[in-house]
Design a protein around this ligand. Sequence first.
Ligand code: ADP
Ligand code: 5GP
Length: 203
Amino acid sequence: MMSKGLLIVLSGPSGVGKGTICRVLCRENRHLVRTTSLTTRPPRKGEEDGVDYHFVSEKKFYELKNQGAFLEWAKVHGNFYATLAGEVEELRQKDYDVIMEIDVQGAAQIRSSSAEGISIFLLPPSMEELWQRINGRGSDTPDAIKDRFKTARHELMEVWKYDYVIINDIVSRAVKDIEGIIAAEKCRVERNKKFLEDIIGKR
Ligand code: ADP
Ligand code: 5GP
């Protein structure tokens, strides 16, 4: 069978629903695990350290960065974010499929690395709906909301670089589409090389 779990990169503008979709995906698919990123941003109301993010100081962030601990990192809306390489590697070795909810800069780093990630871009049904969702979350200041909406326009231009695009109109439908992508990726001949060689011999 496959030697390693899949690495799935999920990007999209703030408020499009990445967190919501990831929660449902991971709840319904036990083989799928979401990474816990590091961030220097302060926790929002209801966010838990070690669950939503590892909340760290800039000093700690730089320490880990200098040690080469990050698979990717980025500065987004004035704060630093990163994925721990060790966490991803450990989960994939255990055969878990790993989903990383990261911004477009981080996705570009994964693409240019040897990590073999599958990239998915989540789009809102419309910009009006995106505005509603960012506002509706009720956890950002008016300035932060404006900043996120402005950044969204730039982020959307990056969609062309991704493997797949999903419109998050209805959560359950978007989740089904992502499950479909994961299922198809697992059926790729190249990913099943070892299994094929075991039953039919080397080509
Ligand atoms: P992100 O992680 O991309 O910043 P969230 O998952 O926090 O976005 O979602 C932002 C807001 O939009 C939340 O209030 C969430 O409940 C809502 N939301 C997410 N997906 C949908 C959807 N398909 N339809 C309506 N509201 C949604
Ligand atoms: P938020 O502050 O709204 O939780 O996240 C802001 C942005 O940072 C989102 O686009 C989110 O996907 C991105 N982000 C979260 N974790 C990481 C990470 O580990 N790496 C990168 N590159 N971006 C991240």
